[in-house]
Write a protein of this length. Structure first.
Length: 75
């Protein structure tokens, strides 16, 4: 989640995420043009992942797991 300078949820970032979420939906009506491929939803998913998802490095992921479970035998 993104927050503004007052600690509130940043509505513009939230609107952007919603818009990308809608654009990730594949088109319902598919044209039968063999030359043109509608890949807008694929690019929207890439933008969404890039802007709104976080993937920890293996080192950070291991630190998180160790903090959660406190027992190295469980990891």
């Amino acid at each position: 989640m993104h927050f503004d300078s007052k600690g509130r949820i940043d509505i513009s970032k939230q609107d952007n995420a919603r818009s990308l979420g809608v654009n990730m939906t594949p088109p319902l009506h598919v044209e039968s043009d063999p030359v043109v491929i509608d890949a807008q939803h694929h690019f929207a998913k890439k933008r969404f992942d890039h802007q709104h998802r976080w993937k920890p490095s293996p080192k950070i992921e291991m630190a998180i797991l160790k903090s959660i479970f406190k027992n190295k035998a469980m990891i």
